[in-house]
Design a protein around this ligand. Sequence first.
Ligand SMILES: CC(C)(COP(=O)(O)OP(=O)(O)OC[C@H]1O[C@@H](n2cnc3c(N)ncnc32)[C@H](O)[C@@H]1OP(=O)(O)O)[C@@H](O)C(=O)NCCC(=O)NCCS
Length: 142
Amino acid sequence: MEIRPYRESDEEAISGLWREVFPDAPSWNVPEDDIRRKLAIQRNLFLVACADGRVVGTAMGGYDGHRGWVHLVAVSPSHRRLGVGAALMQRIEEGLAALGCPKLNLQVRCSNEEVVAFYERLGYVIEDRVSMGKRLGPDARR
Ligand SMILES: CC(C)(COP(=O)(O)OP(=O)(O)OC[C@H]1O[C@@H](n2cnc3c(N)ncnc32)[C@H](O)[C@@H]1OP(=O)(O)O)[C@@H](O)C(=O)NCCC(=O)NCCS
């Protein structure tokens, strides 16, 4: 298994992976758009796991100067429980630490208990926060 930054040739495979792994994603999460936006900002923290030349996992990291964030951590169902997700997260943590980032945050839907267990296994703790958000720009009214 290899973990490397995103390459343009990954787009179709990654879009397919996300549509499979996140079937309930909101309509505004269009994989091709998410990829395009990420390529403009810290694209080296957009990581892809490959096995036998095939995309089997992703993690999209970023640092805003105060906190690091990770999104779209996804492993193909055919390659779960093999350490792929943990390896992706380790590489994201290393990349953020190299930028001087002191803390990594992430969001998980409350209903996604299995994923909470995964992150807890990696040392993440549930924090007493309310997660808030607001859509910006042309998407704001969607
Ligand atoms: C969560 C996910 C990324 C885990 O990927 P993975 O490659 O299977 O995880 P790993 O094999 O690296 O597991 C790392 C540790 O977490 C544990 N773990 C993984 N999945 C788990 C689960 N569903 N329930 C409990 N523990 C789990 C593993 O047992 C392992 O612990 P160990 O070191 O003691 O064996 C994967 O299940 C996934 O893509 N889920 C759907 C997408 C999703 O919801 N992503 C999160 C968005 S916030």
